[in-house]
Structure formats: structure tokens, C-alpha cells
Design a protein around this ligand. Structure first.
Ligand code: NAD
Ligand code: ZN
Length: 672
């Protein structure tokens, strides 16, 4: 038997691990509800056995999102979590505690949405944004000013009047449902792992090193706390209205209330109505309105006593597993899918849910015919979260991951260090071949009209197209194609015209179209821009590839592997012979003037003449190297508007030359 002490230690270790998965890796393994229950269990054990308490226990701390790639900033006022409840009774108990704490003084409560994103603290001085910091560990957070500045709904300079000379405003960075769906569709298409929910996607995006990519993803922000020494009002509600008038997005669903009945009605209303909001919410937050009363109630180590979160339970259903199917993607990755008895969840019928990989099947310990819990909370992708073991048929066998490809029968291999199994028969396994053809013709690759998933299969099954290069000689099967039902001359002509037109598609998209593992749209662009031709790409060795910005060892190895295969080289040669574009056009202007030869340049802030990415290219074209952080090795800083003060400070101490946008452009034109 586990002793209480052992139990406490086990819970702490488990919770620490889940915190890391959630805040740092942005890929939670268990539901929020299960996590919260685990934490509550630890809390009550620690309360019951205070002799085992430990100041480092996760019950006393805020989960940390600190990432070593960023500079940190110490919060002037700690950023805490919120006490959370899952029932109206617990909200009622909180109201009673507030009443008691305020010694029966009358008070009002503000109800608002609990936005499901990641917290941010913005500091404004003289009406200008100077700094954006994540919650971090509550005491120190990561400086993410550059990324936050890409969010259009964050005012860089304030409107109206009446703001304090210096103040902090806190809120949530969110990825609206629409942007989330688009991002995941894109990732699915590129066979990249999907984000479990908009919260993880928002948190992951905010921590990216490439602000242009952050801008592209379409983050948004809503604000819900104003802090400072000279706030305009003595209460939360009016301060938020003031912030709204300065240009901040503040939740329009805020409401002032006094009774538990009103709170109850507010919960009942928003439990349903929230589904219409453009972004994910995971509950409601109730706050005491008066700032003086907030001060009187104070804080615990982890959360304010004057606020509480009411969390909506994720919708969960129990349904029998019919069977597990194994599906082969274009890269050969085999994905297990649970096929379920259809069940209604959050308004949609769920029939299938990915089980991701063998480890997850084993961890859930799924047996044939088991009843599975399916959840759809903040996440739109249904997720299997557990098994109802009590309903298990005695003697039923655990679900085993297949050892051979379900389509071509080739024994599967497991790539070392990866969770996935692959069918290595790249050149003979039908779903992989059809998947690659379908990818090749896709809108963002060669953009060939008239060929989709079904047509790819038809072309392959009839032996007309066995790889993407075969498309360019498809015309010779015109007569045979005409014999197929549903294939009129117009359909065929449209296809052939689309194929002809695809020869004009730019080189970076050709690289993306090839289906090289880990080479998505962004990576393809990087490769095209720095290597400039197919010949250079094909002959690039590992070292050449990893030296390119943002190309890591995994991608580099995959590119080398791809071109080491004679059949892939053959495809490329046949594409070349067909007239497909094999290089980037020559640079029209500013060919390597060498102003920045061998110099390291850091770009910071926002610019008016070119985008940050354009400046990066200009620097590279002129012999320089871009770097994300200021260090002794930095030669120049190209400083735009609103450069982060921490960077500025560091640059000054190190004596680095700071160039304004105009100075930078003058330097270039002087050389030409
Ligand atoms: N599934 C897992 O493995 C796992 C692991 C760790 C944490 N979690 C989840 O994260 C939660 C803990 O995270 P947390 O500490 O960020 O707490 P929280 O998300 O429960 O609540 C605090 C946060 O709510 C946000 N918030 C949104 N709207 C708000 C508003 N109107 N007013 C004030 N704050 C608002 C703020 O960012 C604040 O930091 C847990 O309850 C758990 O559900 C899950
Ligand atoms: Zn196969």
C-alpha cells in the first residue's frame, strides 16, 4: 500500500509533469477537469497532513510558461491564477466567504467570460505600449512585445484621454475559432500535429520566434484587469469601461450583479450562449467590483480571494468502440482511429476519433469492444479520454497496434525518438502514392484545377499516373480516359490545361509540392530563398542545410534522405524535362552590395517601409546574418517603432550601434 507521503509525492510529480505538458509544450495529455480533480485531491491531502506540506508543491504555485528562448521580465505585481469551481454551490460558498471577509458590508460582483487563451500583461507609458509579458511563473514572465505588436486589436498608442501616465492592463491572448480552424486545417494538410484547442494554439503561437508567422496566424486579445497607482475609478467595472474608451477590446458580456440568483441566471445563460462567441471560453469569472474591497479580501499564494472562476465541464459521452482502423497518410505515418457508435456531443455527431499513436492506445489501455469516454470541451476535435472499465467484457483483448501496413502489408517501422509508426514502402503503397499526387496538385502547391482526392485515385488505379511527374504526360491517355464513365472531354481538357499552367508555379511551391517529410510551406520558402535552384537543393549536404535560418537537423536530414533516393531524383528530372520551374528568379535589385558582410543584425520593433521579413531578406542579400537576440556578437540593431525597452537597454550597455529605419536604408543606398 502506498503511504500518504508517497501518495502526496506521486501526485506532485504527476501534476508537475502535466503542468509542463500544458504550459510549456502546449500539448496536454489529460482533460482540464481531470487535472483540476488531481490538484484538488493533493490540496485536501496537504490540508489534512500539514506535516507533509512543501512550499514548492504545485498547489502553492502558478504553472509556469517560461521559455528559455525569451528574455524575462519581473512583474511589478504578481500574475496569479484563479480559484476554480465546477458548481453553483461552490460559487455560492465563495460569495459567503466574501461576505464574511467584508464583515457584511454590501458589495457588488462583476460577471465576465473566462476566455480560454493565454494571459498577457501589457504596460503603457505616456499612452504607448512599452512591453508585453506572459504570466510566466507568476513572478517573472517572457517578454513577447514583438509578437503582441502584430495583434491588430492591441492598441500601440491609446485613444481618448484620462489614462494614467503609467499603467498595466491584463488580458487574454486568443485564437478565434475561425483562425484556429484554418490553422489546424493547414496543419492537417501538412501532416503536422494538430493543436488540441485554441488555447494551446494561442499559447504556442505567442511563443514563436518569427513575428511574421505570428501575424499571419491571426491572434486576438481581450482585456479584463486594469492595474496601476492612478486608475480613473475605484471599481473594476468602470475602469474596464474606461479602458474600452482608450481603444482596448473589453468583454461586452460583463455584468454587475448583487445576488446569487443573478449569478445563477448569468451562468445558465452563458453556458449556452457562449457557443455563439467568436472565441473559446472555458467558464465565467466573478470578481468583487470595489477595488478597496478587493484589497481588503487580499490573496492566497496562488489566487485572489476576491475572484473565482466557474468552469464549464467539458461535454463528455460514453459510447462503444466498434473497431480501430489504421490509416496511412501521404508520408507513410499510420494513424489509429477509433470508430465509434455515433454519439451526439456539443451539437455534432461523433463517429470517429483519432487515437494518435501506439503509446496513447497503450496508456488508455483500450480493449476490443470497450465503452470509451469521448470529450469535446474547448476542443472541437473529439478526444478519447478514457475507458469505462466496469463495462468491459471479461476476457476481451487489448487493442494492438498493427505490425504490418494495413494496405500493402509491409512491416511497419518505428522511427527512433518518434511516437509514430510508418509504412516504409513509400513507392509501392497506394494511399501514400495517391496522397502525394493529391498533395502535389493542391491549391497551395501546383494548383492544378480538376484533380482532387478522387481523381488522384482514379489516375493512379488506371496506371496513368504513378508519381507526380507522370501528370505531365497524361495527355497521351486522353482516349482511354474518355472511356471512363463521368469523364467528358471538357473535364479532361480542364485537367490538362491546369497541368500546363502549373509549369508557371514558383520554385518554392514546387519544393512544397514534392512531399518531402517536414518540408511544409514555410520551410519550402526558406529553402527556395536561400538555395535558389533545384540543383543547389539536390546537392546540398546536411551542414549546408542546417546552416540555413530555421532549418533544424530533423528537416535537414529529411531533405538529404529524400534526394539520396534515385527514384525521387528521377521524378525531379522528369519534372524539369516537362518544363516545371526549377529556380528562383534572379534578384532584380541590390545584389549583394556587402554592406553587412559578416555582420550580425537584430531587428526589433515595427517599420513603415518594409515588413520585418523583407528587412531580413535585405540583410541577407547584403551579406549579413539575422539574429533574434541581442548579445556581444550583435553588430547592428535595426530599430523600428516601439522597440522593446529591455532590448534597447541591453544594446546600450553592450555599446551596439542602433540604426533607425531611415539610417538603415540610407546605408544601403549609399553603397549602390
Ligand atoms: N490538462 C492539463 O494537463 C492541465 C495542466 C495544467 C493546467 N491545466 C488547466 O489550467 C488551469 C490552471 O491554469 P491557470 O492557472 O491558467 O488557471 P485558469 O486558466 O483556471 O484561470 C486563470 C486564468 O484565467 C484567465 N482568464 C480568462 N478570462 C479571465 C477573466 N475574465 N478574468 C480573469 N482571468 C481570466 C487568465 O489568463 C488567468 O491567468 C487548471 O484549472 C487546468 O484546468 C490543465
Ligand atoms: Zn503501406
Amino acid at each position: 500500500m502506498e503511504s500518504v507521503k508517497q501518495q502526496i509525492e506521486r501526485l506532485r510529480a504527476e501534476i508537475d509533469r502535466h503542468n509542463h505538458q500544458y504550459y510549456v509544450l502546449n500539448s496536454p495529455e489529460i482533460s482540464d477537469y481531470d487535472f483540476d480533480m488531481m490538484l484538488k485531491q493533493l490540496e485536501s491531502l496537504e490540508k489534512e497532513y500539514p506535516e507533509y506540506d512543501d512550499p514548492l508543491s504545485p498547489t502553492h504555485r502558478v504553472g509556469s510558461d517560461i521559455n528559455k528562448a525569451f528574455e524575462q521580465w519581473e512583474h511589478r505585481r504578481p500574475m496569479l491564477s484563479l480559484g476554480n469551481t465546477y458548481s453553483i454551490t461552490e460559487v455560492d460558498e465563495w460569495v459567503a466567504r466574501v461576505r464574511e471577509g467584508l464583515m457584511d458590508e454590501p458589495f457588488r460582483i462583476v460577471g465576465e467570460m473566462k476566455f480560454d487563451g493565454t494571459s498577457i500583461s501589457l504596460t503603457y507609458e505616456h499612452g504607448r505600449l512599452v512591453r508585453a509579458v506572459t504570466r510566466g511563473d507568476g513572478t517573472r514572465g517572457d517578454i513577447v512585445t514583438d509578437n503582441v505588436m502584430t495583434i491588430r486589436s492591441v492598441p500601440l498608442t491609446l485613444q481618448g484621454s484620462g489614462w494614467p501616465d503609467e499603467f498595466e492592463i491584463r488580458g487574454e491572448i486568443l485564437l478565434p475559432w475561425k483562425a484556429f480552424d484554418r490553422l489546424n486545417a493547414e496543419r492537417e494538410f501538412n501532416e503536422e500535429p494538430l493543436f488540441a484547442n485554441p488555447r494551446n494554439a494561442a499559447a504556442g503561437t505567442l511563443k514563436m520566434q518569427n513575428s511574421a508567422e505570428v501575424a499571419r496566424r491571426g491572434l486576438d486579445a481581450v482585456f479584463y484587469y486594469l492595474l496601476g497607482d492612478n486608475l480613473p475609478y475605484d471599481n473594476h467595472f468602470d475602469n474596464m469601461e474606461a479602458a474600452r474608451s482608450w481603444g482596448f477590446r473589453v468583454s461586452p458580456e460583463m455584468k454587475l450583479m448583487t445576488t446569487i440568483e443573478e449569478i445563477d441566471a448569468y451562468i445558465a445563460h452563458w453556458d449556452v450562449a457562449r457557443k455563439e462567441l467568436p472565441w473559446a471560453t472555458d467558464g465565467l469569472v466573478f470578481k468583487v467590483n470595489s477595488l478597496r474591497q478587493q484589497l481588503n479580501l487580499g490573496y492566497t499564494a496562488k489566487s485572489p480571494r476576491w475572484a473565482v472562476a466557474y468552469k464549464f465541464a467539458a461535454e463528455r459521452a460514453l459510447t462503444p468502440l466498434r473497431y480501430v482502423s489504421f490509416e496511412v497518410g501521404r508520408m507513410g505515418v499510420v494513424t489509429p482511429v477509433a470508430n465509434l457508435d455515433p454519439v451526439l456531443l456539443s451539437g455534432t455527431v461523433v463517429k470517429r476519433a483519432s487515437l494518435h499513436n501506439a503509446d496513447i492506445i497503450r496508456r488508455l489501455d483500450i480493449h476490443e469492444g470497450d465503452h470509451l469516454y469521448v470529450e469535446k470541451g474547448g476542443e472541437i476535435i473529439p478526444k478519447i479520454t478514457g475507458v469505462d472499465v466496469s463495462a468491459r467484457v471479461p476476457g476481451s483483448m487489448p487493442v494492438e497496434f498493427v505490425t504490418e501496413c494495413p494496405v500493402c502489408g509491409t512491416p511497419l517501422v518505428r522511427v527512433e525518438g518518434e511516437a509514430s509508426h510508418m509504412c516504409p514502402n513509400k513507392l509501392g503503397c497506394a494511399p501514400q502514392i495517391c496522397g502525394r499526387i493529391e498533395h502535389f496538385v493542391g491549391r497551395r502547391m501546383m494548383n492544378i484545377d480538376g484533380i482532387g482526392e478522387e481523381m488522384s485515385v482514379t489516375l493512379y488505379e488506371n496506371g496513368w499516373v504513378k508519381d507526380p511527374a507522370d501528370l505531365y504526360s497524361l495527355g497521351r491517355y486522353r482516349n482511354e480516359m474518355l472511356e471512363l464513365p463521368g469523364m467528358g472531354p471538357r473535364t479532361i481538357d480542364r485537367m490538362l490545361e491546369g497541368i500546363e499552367a502549373s509549369k508557371q508555379v514558383s520554385f518554392d511551391r514546387v519544393i512544397f509540392a514534392l512531399s518531402i517529410m517536414f518540408v511544409g510551406e514555410t520551410v519550402a520558402k526558406k529553402l527556395a530563398r536561400s538555395l535558389r535552384s533545384m540543383d543547389a537543393l539536390m546537392s546540398a549536404d546536411f551542414d549546408t542545410l542546417v546552416a540555413i535560418d530555421d532549418i533544424g537537423p530533423r528537416i535537414a536530414q529529411s531533405v538529404v534522405d529524400y534526394f539520396s533516393h534515385p527514384l525521387n531524383r528521377d521524378i525531379v528530372e522528369r519534372l524539369r524535362a516537362a518544363g516545371v520551374c526549377m529556380s528562383m528568379p534572379d534578384e532584380p535589385e541590390g545584389v549583394a552590395s556587402g554592406v553587412f558582410d559578416g555582420k550580425t543584425v537584430v531587428i526589433s520593433g515595427t517599420f513603415s517601409h518594409h515588413s520585418r521579413d523583407e528587412y531580413k531578406e535585405i540583410i541577407e542579400r547584403n551579406g549579413g546574418k539575422n539574429s533574434g537576440s541581442v548579445s556581444k556578437k550583435t553588430d547592428f540593431i535595426l530599430a523600428g517603432e516601439n522597440m522593446g525597452p529591455a532590448k534597447l537597454e541591453k544594446a546600450r550597455t553592450l555599446g551596439i550601434t542602433i540604426l533607425s529605419e531611415d539610417e538603415f536604408l540610407n546605408m544601403l543606398s549609399a553603397q549602390q
